[in-house]
Design a protein around this ligand. Structure first.
Ligand code: UD2
Ligand code: MN
Length: 576
């Protein structure tokens, strides 16, 4: 399980603005799915929560479509203006119990208005931006499985309250076979009186979010589809910047900045506008710092759309016809995962543009675990979806994924021939093009000599990350030949990488650490001599050696002496 770092700075999540290029390029932020909830028990809601219809707080905005940010009568209600909700101490045990239902604090959500107010979190420069006079209409598609009533309806109300009426054609709710009574006909009853057309579609049997979205997309009447998760809150001015970019170029797929709604308190926390989407060798989506290159392309204007290699997946607008031309989604993907990278690679490789509009902010409740079941098993599902992405879009870079997640080699990934054909028919570019042009900062190296285990000729053990995190020592252990923690790439930039970490040694320290790759050489530059097997650390002039004492699992840097303990074998697939 990787490190989960959320950096809080004065009310905002993300990375500081003063950091230089040499600092680590990562912000690991939820979504973070290595730990997934594996139980498939069906949890019944009790009626007290089923009946939360928010009757106490009348809908705020039935006549005018642009509410004042705070309605006086709601001042002092829990959560208004995006504030944290605190639960009375006597309810804490109950709160913890209920947390498991949704993997967020449902008590906090149920205490707030469905119409709660939020601060206008936009940069000043966003508030006065001119948009094209005629924007396309959009249908908002929200899929859900066992979503809580208040988070689902707050998502809907936030769209109603904070979007220009003329731009929202309809809201389409797709129920993916939820097992909760309150999501039955009661939902239709509730939404029929709302001031925007809201349609409820049902998949009938559990289809997974990808196929559920496809069902929703089929019924869209607007010219743009906007997808949202079922536990979001849209802020003032969220929609116009998304539609404006699609209107300017129909092949642009646009995401908002995804702010964080705390899963504990429902506090609205602004996310950084200095992060973009990447991915690691496991094919997990990850947030990383926007490189200077992209800041420069935008002339340093933080309100300008940001080109991003990948999207988180849940929240974006796309021209409906373009969505279809581009091959919608891969219907062979189940439950959760993979579709975000698949869509990202497809957009870029097939001639589109993927952007984050920093003027559009939508909050999302990020969770540590998934609350729902994964029919077929979490690992199988996630590996299958990722393997489909790798097989269709990633060319030889798929090996980074398979080496890192060896179990994916044996999953049945089904038939991908339709998707391969799609790639051909659309004349899409190669993954090399994507890495070279869109994502040169990728943790998957563009050019590398070797990918595999690194074995010590004397000790017979292999370099092993031991599952450790950044800034911890690399180890050695029994060579298991299964990849994962024993897979390293030796790159043409002289790095020895494992996922987004690089072997790094500094000063007089004899041990070797795993540190975020910075791409600047320095303490992360190594040369491998194929004939002697030495791994030479350039800045210190020393050589990587087997651990000095048996039973100790730390390799060390020593004066180069040509001994067998300094002989490392990179044995397979070496390409000089
Ligand atoms: C992120 C995305 C999510 C999706 C996912 C990868 C954001 C904010 N969220 O995970 O949209 O791209 O990565 O697949 O970018 N759902 C169903 N049926 C299922 C499972 C889920 O309808 O079988 C619904 C679920 O109720 C929710 C949506 O799909 O509304 C996304 O699921 P999630 O919230 O568990 O995903 P998340 O936010 O962790
Ligand atoms: Mn979500």
């Amino acid at each position: 399980v990787d490190l989960l770092v959320i950096m809080y700075y004065s009310g905002s999540v993300g990375i500081g603005e003063s950091s230089s290029a040499a600092e680590p390029l990562v912000q690991e932020h939820k979504p973070q799915r290595e730990i997934l909830h594996k139980s498939n028990e069906v949890i019944e809601m009790d009626s007290e929560f089923n009946n939360k219809f928010d009757v106490t707080y009348p809908p705020r905005l039935l006549k005018s479509w642009r509410p004042a940010p705070v309605m006086p009568e709601l001042d002092g209600q829990p959560g208004e203006m995006g504030k944290a909700v605190s639960i009375p101490t006597e309810q804490e045990i109950y709160m913890k119990e209920k947390f498991k239902l949704n993997q967020f604090n449902i008590l906090a959500s149920d205490m707030m208005s469905l119409n709660r107010s939020l601060p206008d979190v936009r940069l000043e420069g966003c508030k006065h931006k001119k948009h094209p006079a005629k924007l396309p209409t959009t249908s908002v598609v929200i899929v859900f499985h066992n979503e809580a009533w208040t988070t689902l309806l707050r998502t809907v109300w936030s769209i109603i309250n904070r979007s220009p009426r003329a731009l929202v054609e309809e809201i389409i709710l797709v129920d993916d076979a939820s097992e909760r009574d309150y999501l039955g006909s009661k939902l239709e009853d509730y939404v029929k009186d709302l001031p925007v057309p809201v349609h409820v579609l049902r998949t009938g049997k559990r289809s997974g979010l990808i196929r559920a979205r496809l069902l929703g997309a089929k019924h869209v009447k607007g010219s743009v589809i906007t997808f949202l998760d079922a536990h979001c809150e849209c802020t003032e001015g969220w929609l116009e910047p998304l539609l404006a970019r699609v209107a300017q170029n129909r092949k642009t797929v646009v995401c908002p900045i995804i702010d964080v709604i705390s899963d504990e308190t429902f506090e609205y926390i602004t996310a950084s506008d200095l992060t973009w989407g990447g991915f690691n060798w496991k094919l997990n989506f990850r947030w990383y710092r926007v490189p200077q290159r992209e800041m420069d392309r935008r002339d340093g204007d933080r309100t300008a759309p940001l080109r991003t290699p990948t999207m988180a997946g849940g929240l974006f607008s796309i021209d409906k016809k373009y969505f279809e031309e581009l091959g919608t989604y891969d219907e062979g993907m189940d439950v959760w995962g993979g579709e975000n990278l698949e869509m990202s690679f497809r957009v870029w490789q097939c001639g589109g543009i993927l952007e984050i509009s920093p003027c559009s902010h939508v909050g999302h409740v990020f969770r540590d675990k998934s609350p729902y079941s994964f029919p077929g098993g979490v690992a199988k599902v996630v590996n299958k979806n990722a393997a489909r992405v790798a097989e269709v879009w990633m060319d030889e870079w798929k090996y980074f994924f398979y080496e890192m997640s060896p179990a994916a080699r044996s999953v049945d990934l089904g038939d991908v021939s339709d998707r391969v054909k799609l790639r051909k028919d659309l004349k899409c570019r190669s993954f090399r093009w994507f890495l070279e042009t869109v994502y040169p900062e990728s943790p998957m190296p563009l050019d590398y000599y070797y990918l595999g285990e690194i074995r010590n000729a004397d000790a017979g053990t292999c370099l092993d990350t031991m599952g450790r995190k950044s800034n911890e020592n690399v180890g050695v252990s029994y060579c298991h030949g299964l990849g994962g923690n024993q897979v390293f790439a030796y790159t043409k930039r002289q790095q020895i990488m494992s996922d987004d970490n690089c072997l790094d040694a500094s000063g007089n320290d004899r041990t070797v650490k795993l540190v975020r790759c910075h791409g600047l050489g320095g303490n992360q530059a190594w040369t491998y001599d194929d004939s002697t097997g030495s791994i030479h650390h350039i800045s210190s002039g020393r050589c990587l050696s087997k651990p000095e004492i048996r039973d100790v699992t730390l390799p060390v840097l020593k004066r180069c002496d040509g001994s067998k303990g300094q002989h490392w074998v990179m044995k397979s697939k070496f390409k000089w």
